[in-house]
Design a protein around this ligand. Structure first.
Ligand code: ADP
Length: 250
């Protein structure tokens, strides 16, 4: 039973847009605590796949299970978010007028499990939690800086922190290093390596150097034309003839 121990399990998923199949019989499972990298050329179906997982797009057929028994294809986007799937889109969307600390505070208070109001004072446990996240996202020294003044990379880390503070069971990151400097990209790789084993994470990414940094010995999935073209360690998929053909357009 391949579903055993999986946090996410896609089986035979098909997505059609007016007859065009953006996803064709996609099978994919992610284990609890796994950091999975998804790569693939433009149009491979990566965004559509994440839209299926988050309930933004309904598959024409197939199933998508989350955890032990939740059928994502029968849930709304809000239900899926509340069930514990957090998605970070490519562009950072932080509260620009507020400080870094306040952004994390707001994210924590928006988590409906916390059951606090926006104006309630933080208790020490909540402050400690924010401090720990600040350290993890490399922004301890910027806590009282206005978020709008952060660099692009720092805003991306802040948004990852805002996701983490809500303790999602599965984190989806859409091209987290797009637009980052080399130094920021390297720090993002360190950040994700710090999260390894503690969270279940799916990263969709174009930057191969970055994928090599975070994939380590983990599984990399190559999507092409809406299905899995190859899967294995970075080393394995990089030397796969089918993958080379697709990437070099031979
Ligand atoms: P990727 O994220 O890997 O670049 P997408 O999931 O965005 O790929 O797109 C997969 C394919 O589906 C592409 O050919 C794209 O043009 C098509 N597609 C995506 N969304 C729609 C839509 N809403 N209507 C029609 N075609 C779409």
């Amino acid at each position: 039973d391949t579903r055993h121990g999986a946090i996410l399990y896609l089986e035979d998923v098909v997505v059609s847009f007016d007859g065009f199949k953006a996803i064709k019989h996609l099978n994919l499972d992610i284990s609890v605590g796994e950091l999975r990298c998804i790569i693939g050329p433009n149009g491979a179906g990566k965004t559509t796949m994440m839209d299926v997982i988050t309930g933004k797009t309904r598959p024409s057929s197939g199933t998508a299970y989350f955890g032990q028994s939740l059928d994502l294809t029968r849930m709304t986007e809000v239900e899926i978010a509340h069930a514990g799937i957090g998605r970070k889109f490519q562009r950072p969307t932080v509260f620009e007028q507020h400080s870094v600390f306040e952004n994390l505070e707001l994210a924590m208070k928006m988590d409906k499990r916390v059951g606090t109001t926006l104006f309630a004072r933080l208790n020490s446990e909540q402050r400690d939690k924010i401090a720990a996240i600040l350290q993890l996202i490399r922004l301890s020294g910027q806590a009282y800086r206005q978020a709008g003044l952060l660099s692009h990379g720092q805003k991306q880390w802040l948004e990852i922190g805002m996701l983490l503070i809500q303790e999602p069971q599965l984190i989806l990151l859409d091209e987290p290093v797009a637009g980052m400097s080399d130094a920021e990209t390297a720090r993002t790789a360190e950040l994700l390596n710090d999260l390894r084993g503690k969270h279940s994470i799916m990263v969709v990414e174009h930057d191969m150097g970055f994928v090599a940094e975070i994939a380590q010995q983990g599984v990399v999935t190559v999507l092409h034309e809406g299905a899995v073209l190859a899967q294995g360690t970075m080393q394995q998929v990089q030397s796969d003839e089918k993958v080379i053909e697709v990437y070099l357009g031979r």
